[in-house]
Design a protein around this ligand. Sequence first.
Ligand SMILES: [Zn+2]
Length: 447
Amino acid sequence: MRVSFFGASREVTGANFLLETAGKKLLLDCGIFQGSREAESLNYDKFSFDPKYLDFVIVGHAHLDHTGRLPKLVKEGFSGKIFATAPTKELAELVLKDNYKLMSEEAQRDNHKPLYGLEDLARTMQLFELLSWNETVEISPGLKITFRNAGHILGSSTCLVASEGKKIIYTSDLGNKPATLLNPPDIYDEADYLICESTYGGRIHEDSAKRMQLLSEIISSTIAKNSVLMIPSFAIERTQELLHDIDKFCDLEGCTKPAFFLDSPLASKATAVFKKYPDYLGKKLKSENPDSDFFGLGRIKITSTVEESKAINDYSNPKVIIAGSGMMNGGRILHHMRRYLPNSDNTLLIVGYLARGSLGRRIIDGQKEIRIFGETIKVNAKVKKIGSYSAHADMPQIIEWISIIKSLKKVFIIHGESDQSLALAKTLKEQLNLEALAPQKGESYEL
Ligand SMILES: [Zn+2]
């Protein structure tokens, strides 16, 4: 049995790991590289294996950094099965279609071919085989897989692979606790090897109890200053969590102001998928909202067309605008940022992970002048951050989750910038006496 690390190794994006066992080749996630232009150009490189000879892909969850290169894989000859849960498949189709649009516009602008075509995307969707959590399936003789709730986004799964008398767990991404919308990640009591994410492998999140308080303060100050609050948000999970918290805030405050806008067609469609799969939502959420109106949609103005998006400007202040993309590398948020960032009464609220090289990362690192659509824009607005909106487990949560797994021989730390991955490896050695390492991209290990 052999495992190779071809992406998300000493970095966060581009998840792509190959497991060779029982005569089969099994790929764990197939994401795109995101962040800087250099990172994105890696997506056009050849795969480090021949997609034609790959048998299966396991997709942990729908985020693009775990699914974005699936159509490229199919374009280059993959015709095996792609295993995922039903919500993962639906959300993946939404994000892949959305990304196709962005990517083909970019390709046209830069005068090259897009990574894949719509026909590759359609064929990709046909290869999906749906699995439920806690269902063990023998995908080929002697090779079994089991998905369990990862608590990261709707439908997200960790995966246990059992083959050649060994057990390997792949986390894909592991969720944060307590999550507003989902149950906490399921645990495992035993395995030989673990491939574990480390996005926040060296950090401790802010206390999540403070989150509502911070959000309330920021919205209240937007009302007091009669200004604009921009929230660049990831379409899946983060946006639905925000909608849920805004609904709670409005219920508590009985507020009639500000006007709330969800200016992201992708987030609106994703919200519909959340409503379609209540079985995948958390027990607490359902018990606290027996009417199933988890997202307060009656209160939010959903803008779908470009004209509706532009018309947000005509609404009087105060207003709150949730729009993508989360890392501010594209999407409708840029139009709002161009208009509202120069005013010091306004606020830009960061609620998600910002990859190195992304526009959002430069702003949070303090850059005071940025370029949007070829124009120089002054960042005079307040830039605030609520860390506890993270959909990823932090270091203490990862350690606690791993500490329950008995008989681990080795832990491979992936999906984190070097400092985070190495910090987690060090803590695992010190606290749990485990052999833990952060592989470099391209490395292979015999198990
Ligand atoms: Zn993710």
